[in-house]
Design a protein around this ligand. Structure first.
Ligand code: NAD
Length: 363
């Protein structure tokens, strides 16, 4: 398995392979760039088919975090960790403690947060053995409600703010009354986004693989349930992907009728150049790693001293950042994803990749 010549290797500062035979821990930590501060990023647990697959994920995702934090104006670098294993079968308190001990040895270069396969309770177990975990503090959140550190409310609010900025830019409207929005995925973020939109007077269409998630949105927000095939192709103003990645691709983009894509899901573009295809179709795309940064902003403040009003104001800057990206994109006639990457690269010690200069994707 190659590291330095790996296609996803992009001048990463540090890549650590961690093991603990007693607990079966096998993990990789990647610090992509720490010029803005310590590298913060999720700790993902996933049954990777191979070590190579795990390495690929951690290299790609840690780079994405550098871009996301820079665009969110956080004094943080980009990092990520992956634990190789099935969270439903292999996750034990001992394993999480072993991961915590390993992170402690990195001396604060990398700070772990929750990600798919890990949750706030897991991070708290890790935190028995290290101070290098984030998103575990209980406090009053940016919205005035008690928070256990879950970043989803801030992610949803940031996505709502970003969606409004996109609608204003593309459709020239600030009043969301009657705005038609299709939301794919009504989970932690999608459900809260739906609530913000409903409260602002928008009309909603929803799809989720779980019927109960859809039922809740129908009951509470008067949303219209639709099928998996319909959700991206409806004659709506906005499509908000809030479930999974790669939903914007050669097949789906020509079928979109919405003029705005603004949602929280990570890695929405199947390939980096799909932002250009969206542009060709006259669709304004809010880059996912910009619009969904509310969570990392929230987690950052959880470590540095949480002041709800300050956090709210910081999350709201997502709208300003997106407006700047949209304006530059129009001015230069270049896709928003490329512009977002360039804007991020102005904000950290960027060293051009020796590989193909491929675009960052947020994790
Ligand atoms: P979640 O697991 O709570 O919700 C995802 C929802 O999508 C679930 O209800 C699930 O049933 C549904 N879903 C899964 N496959 C689907 C499909 N094929 N079609 C429609 N629905 C489907 O996750 P979340 O925390 O709400 O995160 C949603 C997305 O936002 C993810 O891509 C995540 O990586 C990204 N994100 C989340 C945060 C956060 O703070 N939670 C931060 C940044 C990015």
């Amino acid at each position: 398995m190659n590291v330095f010549s790996h296609p996803e290797f992009d001048n990463h500062e540090q890549v650590c392979f961690l093991t603990d035979p007693k607990t079966g821990l096998k993990a990789i930590v990647a610090v992509h760039n720490s010029s803005r501060g310590p590298a913060l990023g999720g700790c993902r647990m996933y049954p990777y088919a191979s070590d190579e697959e795990a390495l690929r994920d951690v290299l790609r995702l840690s780079k994405g975090m550098t871009y996301k934090s820079a665009l969110a104006n956080l004094d943080l670098g980009g990092g990520k960790s992956v634990i190789i294993g099935d969270p439903r079968q292999h996750k034990t308190e001992e394993l999480m403690e072993a991961m915590g001990r390993c992170l402690e040895q990195l001396g604060g270069r990398y700070i772990a947060a929750e990600d798919s396969g890990t949750s706030v309770p897991d991070l708290k177990v890790m935190g028995r053995c290290t101070t290098q975990v984030a998103g575990v503090s209980t406090h009053i959140g940016f919205d005035g409600k008690p928070s256990d550190g879950d970043p989803s409310p801030a992610t949803a609010y940031g996505t709502f703010v970003g969606l409004k900025a996109a609608v204003q830019h593309k459709l020239g409207r600030t009043d969301l009354t009657g705005l038609k929005v299709a939301i794919q995925g009504i989970g932690n973020v999608g459900y809260r986004l739906a609530r913000h939109l409903h409260e602002a007077g928008a009309q909603l269409w929803v799809y989720d693989i779980h019927q109960d998630q859809m039922d809740r949105a129908v009951e509470e927000f008067g949303a219209t349930p639709v099928s998996a095939e319909e959700i991206l192709t409806l004659p709506v103003d906005v499509v908000a992907p809030c479930a999974l990645g790669a939903v914007l691709n050669d097949t789906s983009i020509p079928q979109l009728q919405a003029k705005v894509v603004a949602g929280a899901a990570n890695n929405q573009l199947e390939r980096p150049d799909h932002d250009a295809l969206l542009m060709q179709h006259g669709i304004l795309y809010a880059p996912d790693f910009v619009i969904n940064a509310g969570g990392i902003i929230d987690v950052f403040h959880g470590r540095t001293g949480y002041e709800p009003e300050k956090v709210r104001a910081h999350v709201e800057t997502i709208g300003d950042t997106l407006s700047e990206i949209f304006t530059r994109s129009d001015r230069d006639s270049r896709p928003t994803g490329i512009i977002a990457n360039e804007l991020a690269e102005e904000r950290f010690d960027f060293v051009p990749s020796q590989q193909d200069g491929s675009l960052a994707k947020a994790g």
